[in-house]
Design a protein around this ligand. Sequence first.
Ligand SMILES: C[S@@+](CC[C@H](N)C(=O)[O-])C[C@H]1O[C@@H](n2cnc3c(N)ncnc32)[C@H](O)[C@@H]1O
Length: 288
Amino acid sequence: MNYRHAFHAGNFADVFKHALLSVLLRHLKTKDKPFFVLDSHAGLGLYDLSDERSLRTGEWRDGIARLLARSDAPDALAPYLAAVRGFNEGEGLRWYPGSPRLIRNFLRGQDRLAAVEMHPEDARLLSDEFAGDPAVRIHTMDGYNALKSLLPPPERRGLVLVDPPFEEADEFAQLARGLKEAHRRWATGIYMLWYPIKNRDAVAAFRAEAASLAIPRTMAAELRLEADTPNRLIGCGIILVNPPWTFEAEAAAILDFLVKVLGRSAGASRRIEWLVPEEGATPRAARQ
Ligand SMILES: C[S@@+](CC[C@H](N)C(=O)[O-])C[C@H]1O[C@@H](n2cnc3c(N)ncnc32)[C@H](O)[C@@H]1O
């Protein structure tokens, strides 16, 4: 386990993932009933962008910093940008929220977060940060095991974020297996699985595998900052299951803006596609 998210906090991939995550969290708050969030690969709570690791890569400069410098962001981005600004009052841009802190920001008194982190040092920092917070429980364990042991939640409403570091050669296969098992336990939850776009064939195979699970209402949303180049991280995507009905339009507005603001070349693009639209529909992969 070499991956440390501190080198990448606030980069384009975080912006993409956290902006779309914020749309889902805001949607969950539209009903009074409590909801539950499982963050299976949590990382840290808050990242200090003046930390040596952040400064060394400076990735946030081509990510969140570019968004905060704009005044023409679409309404769908407002909850995310307000959350990030809320952590930086009077400080310009110094702090960037990792997923547990961002999720916590959206919880009400009746909602819960289970954050899972396997790296012992990050898990300890996370536990210290949320010590005494009754809404948050930290689990030091394997995130894929958590998809089995922590689901279904008693609340029966909520969201699962699966955001692994892609250090393992079989991470795509683990993701697909994890979704299948989690969905079998909890079919009504919203699922968001992040993946890198580095190898076009691997991404196509993963999308086909996700489609072949035939889980109704499965969507893929992708952002490419430039045209596909073999073995170069040119973008990222998410597989979503059970997104709210308004999500597609909000995601389109967000991704159009990210293409404009974060794109590296004229080859920048976005894609939103239903892999399995509705109950009983034929999976897209089977139609091709
Ligand atoms: C991409 S980072 C998470 C970023 C975070 N979700 C966010 O959006 O701010 C992946 C995290 O997963 C942790 N990790 C790696 N393998 C894991 C596993 N099997 N189970 C749980 N966490 C794991 C890493 O230590 C790292 O902190």
